[in-house]
Design a protein around this ligand. Sequence first.
Ligand code: AP5
Length: 219
Amino acid sequence: MRVVLIGPPGSGKGTQGTRLRDRLSLEYIATGNILRDAVARKSAAGLEAKPYLDRGQLVPDELVNRLVAELFSDPTRLTHFVMDGYPRTLAQAQAFDELLESHGLPLTAAIQFAIADEEVVRRLDGRRMCGNAECSAVYHMKNNPPAVPGVCDRCGSPLSQRLDDKENDAIWSRLRSYHQVTEELLDYYQKRGVLHRISAQQDIDLIHQQLVDITQESA
Ligand code: AP5
């Protein structure tokens, strides 16, 4: 199963992507997490990406495509996965298709998360993330709180607030990028016959079950 999640910031891609990983034993790949980790380690990729992340702008295609291609360089590693936040531009989608084709791994489904901008802003304000890169579980102070405040239920690591969730300007910049650039991917995947749409403004468990059904029926 090879699934791509497409949606604006705060639409629940991380929440649902990590649940799909746990339920269907998929690899979970989130380019936002990979980039934030590179920034924290101050690697060359991280230094290049940092100004874009801070402003809520898309990192150049060439850099993200390279980081994703590196993940697939060991052919035994990535065969069943859920992708969160990639591809995000037409150029990334085309590069990803070529990459998957070269490994003989056709895409199972691309799933669009539909949500109103106002709900996105409400959600990002209350979001808290597990700081353990192996876990990356996502919480919300009201909608989806951890059992113990500030501590991840899944792995016990401390939770924190993302820098680009603290700045209202960065949130709106991410939303604009989504509407101006990423939405054109919907047409691309529609034409390829792999696009599915779900409302991201439903109960978290309900959305999870819809995603499991779509993924299993498309496989
Ligand atoms: P990235 O990390 O991908 O962030 P994003 O797209 O802005 O998406 P988010 O992680 O903010 O939201 P989400 O949809 O995962 O929502 P979540 O599940 O957390 O990218 C960050 C940056 O990296 C970009 O700005 C860019 O600079 C760079 N980047 C990354 N990929 C790139 C690429 N391919 N190309 C170029 N640049 C790239 O949920 C949000 C909150 O809502 C949580 O608190 C959650 O608990 C709550 N929630 C979730 N579902 C529900 C629900 N159903 N009901 C109520 N609350 C809910």
